[in-house]
Design a protein around this ligand. Structure first.
Ligand code: ADP
Ligand code: MG
Length: 700
């Protein structure tokens, strides 16, 4: 009889209730299955021997055969350390001990051959190994270890309570004994032979008890592929079900609004990327399925006009459209921008935000319900229950990373049939990550900036160069330009940050005195009306300097502003820096971004600053960001489950992900319902996985 892998871990011999409890709490291991899926972080390879001249600066645990030729004692701050010179036929390294020196000196024999095992460090031009495990070669050969030792993830508590790596290794062995190492295959024979993947059984065995490096690599590859393959399979199935089940309003015609705007009112020629994306959206809207599309485009790439023209398609088919933005400032700006175009086309448009007056609100609610109002712009206020559309056909969400998934679906529920949904973001995420996070969305990318833009020049300056920076600001203002100065505002540091902001504002006002210079200030604690007033002054060019916190991060468009100064730039994340920089470079003039920092910088901050100085490419910046931070902080990943990967790494195993996606797609293309006999294995695994949502929580 085969063992049920859903058996609670308590039943495994050698585990028992106490250990089971710890395993559950510390590692989330509830069942046999969970234990099998506890994969080692790394392996100690004691099957290989390294020559001293082969050692790499990689901190690996290695073993080296050689002789101790001499000892010396080196005085240090507290006490002394014992250093042995260790030699083989290729060179020498040092063995170092900080404790137990007398005993060591007495028991170790000079000029006899030892196997030294441990982590190597590179220190003043030489490798050393601190507190190595030492064994005489002759003893070592008697009890040679033929296999690599896996090192499992652990916690301090587990170690303290005696569940060491060895214990985990033992219970893993027990599990393989009880199950006889038989595990159901989850990939088809065809696929396995095509990709030369080893069997599930062999892969699981070798990942826990690898005989050699090659088998280990093949085991890992097979398991990573499988994990990513099933994520993709599920995402694609979800997308297919969505498309077949969720009917959308077909927008059959491109009509007067769209055509007249395109012919008579287009303010500039669309870029090829904008045209391509509009075609993609048009195809979705014309089909019977509901559109669910993510539009990615770097700051300034021109997403707004694409959004507007999509709304015109809705209006042409007698539907309403709405556009939701994360902040009041941004909503107002969208409204003002679109109002101009709407007036030309005789379209009714309104704005609804937290600060809309009750009387005005009433009018909006009414005209929305009776269908007189065609386009509604606004903030979260759009989500309130009172806001009812007559027939909402298209909902657009700008800067989607500011909203949660829940809010997105709330917009949906405003109709009997869900409206088409377009979410736009200027925070590019690497394509492969987007595939796993938003695999259920279709993705369009604007990868081209409007012509004539000059690349923004970015420099990094230390605080002590502030006078030069001020001189530069003065020169730019004399040329008629406007300046942003942005301060960080981090929640846990709020008081200090506000103080910095106000100090900065005062110092700027002193160095740039009225009436020659006018300075605006905008921050989150101001009343919306005051914020708007200051913002408008800057937009109209009445003030030359805008001192602000990151409230201006998203979307603000003042083409005449040509300098962005970011204070304490080391405290900002890369994507935030990139967003902020995107506020300038919107006009014809050369623009600049100046990153001000103190002298003390972490390695991580240095990389961020260097990246900003080196490139303007949002996708490249996103890749660096992903490497620095890991996927955890990237938008959407929290909900997506890519963080719960058991063995694959969304960044390092990128190409396996692409391979897996490719094959998942091909399977479903031929057999979308997984009905063919050779695909039964996928259907069964898919059902199995859907049952245990705790692991696969992206199936919402
Ligand atoms: P974002 O993608 O950051 O939302 P916007 O839609 O705000 O970018 O566009 C940025 C600026 O570029 C706006 O001033 C807009 O009018 C202008 N713009 C957009 N598309 C084009 C184009 N094809 N040619 C010239 N200017 C354009
Ligand atoms: Mg925008």
């Amino acid at each position: 009889m085969s063992v049920n892998l859903q058996t609670p871990i308590d039943y495994l011999k050698g585990v028992g209730p106490n250990r089971a409890d710890l395993l559950r709490k510390e590692l989330g291991i509830h069942t046999y299955q969970d234990l099998i899926n506890l994969f080692p972080n790394r392996y100690i390879d004691r099957t290989q021997y390294y020559k001293i001249n082969q050692l790499q600066r990689n901190n690996a645990d290695v073993q080296v055969i050689g002789k101790i030729t001499s000892f010396k004692e080196v005085a240090q701050k507290r006490g002394k350390r014992l250093v042995g010179t260790f030699q083989d036929d290729t060179g020498t390294m040092e063995l170092v001990w900080f404790r137990g020196q007398k005993w060591l000196k007495d028991s170790l024999i000079l000029n006899k051959t030892y196997v030294a095992f441990g982590k190597t460090n590179w220190f003043s031009g030489k490798f050393n190994m601190a507190h190595p495990e030492l064994e005489l070669l002759e003893d070592h050969e008697k009890n040679m270890r033929s296999a690599m030792q896996p090192v499992y993830p652990s916690t301090e508590k587990l170690n303290n309570r005696g569940i060491t790596n060895r214990v985990i290794n033992k219970i893993m062995q027990q599990l393989f004994l009880e199950t006889k190492g038989r595990f159901t295959e989850t990939l088809s024979d065809n696929l396995r032979s095509e990709l030369k993947l080893i069997s599930k059984q062999s892969a699981l065995f070798n990942v826990h008890f690898p005989k050699n490096q090659e088998l280990l690599s093949r085991a890992q590859f097979r398991l990573k592929f499988e994990e990513l393959f099933y994520i993709q399979l599920q995402l694609i199935i979800k997308n297919l079900i969505h498309k077949s089940k969720i009917k959308g309003f077909p927008f059959n015609q491109v009509g007067t609004y769209f055509n007249s705007f395109f012919k008579d009112h287009l303010p500039f020629q669309l870029t090829n990327a904008q045209k391509r994306v509009l075609k993609e959206i048009r195809a979705d809207l014309g089909s019977n399925a509901q559109m669910n599309r993510l539009l990615q485009g770097d700051v300034g790439s021109g997403k707004t006009i694409v959004a507007f023209m999509s709304m015109l398609m809705a209006l042409d088919n007698d539907f309403q459209a709405c556009l939701m933005a994360p902040t009041e400032i941004l909503s107002v700006q969208h409204y003002n921008g679109l109002l101009e175009w709407c007036n030309k086309l005789n379209i009714s448009i309104e704005i609804l935000t937290g600060s809309t007056k009750t009387s005005k609100r009433k009018i909006i609610h009414e005209s929305l319900e009776n269908g007189e109002l065609q386009i509604l712009i606004g903030t979260h206020a759009l989500l309130e229950d009172k806001v009812k559309f007559k027939n909402l056909g298209l909902a657009i969400i700008d800067e989607q990373h500011r909203f949660g998934v829940k809010q997105r679906s709330k917009l949906w529920k405003k109709n009997k049939l869900p409206p088409h949904v377009l979410v736009m973001t200027a925070t590019p995420i690497p394509r492969t990550l987007a595939m796993s996070v938003y695999g259920d969305l279709d993705i369009s990318i604007i990868d081209e900036l409007p012509p004539g833009r000059k690349a923004i020049k970015t420099v990094h300056r230390f605080d002590k160069n502030r006078l030069n920076v001020f001189k530069f600001i003065r020169d730019e203002i004399d040329k008629g330009r406007q300046i942003y100065i942005v301060y960080p505002l981090i929640k846990e540091n709020e008081k200090m940050d506000y103080k910095d902001l106000m100090d900065g504002y005062e110092s700027i006002s002193r160095d740039f005195p009225m009436p020659k210079y006018q300075t605006s200030i905008v921050h989150g604690k101001m009343k919306p009306a005051d914020k708007d007033y200051e913002m408008q002054r800057f937009i109209k060019g009445e003030t030359q300097i805008m001192v602000a916190t990151t409230v201006i991060e998203v979307g603000v468009n003042v083409p005449n502003a040509s300098v962005m100064i970011i204070e304490s730039a080391e405290r900002f994340g890369l994507s935030q820096l990139h967003q902020l920089r995107g506020r300038v470079g919107r006009g014809a003039e050369q623009s600049y971004c100046i990153l001000m920092t103190s002298h003390k910088l972490s390695a991580n901050s240095k990389t961020r600053l260097e990246t900003m100085v080196r490139t303007n490419d949002g996708f490249e910046i996103a890749e660096v960001d992903l490497r620095l931070r890991g996927p955890g902080d990237i938008m959407g990943t929290q909900q997506s489950g890519v963080l719960n990967l058991k063995i694959a790494d969304i960044i390092k195993d990128n190409y396996i992900l692409q391979l897996a996606r490719h094959h998942a797609k091909s399977v479903l293309k031929i057999d979308p319902s997984l009905a063919l006999p050779e695909n039964q294995v996928y259907l069964n695994t898919y059902k199995q996985l859907s049952k245990f949502k705790n692991i696969w929580n992206y199936i919402s």
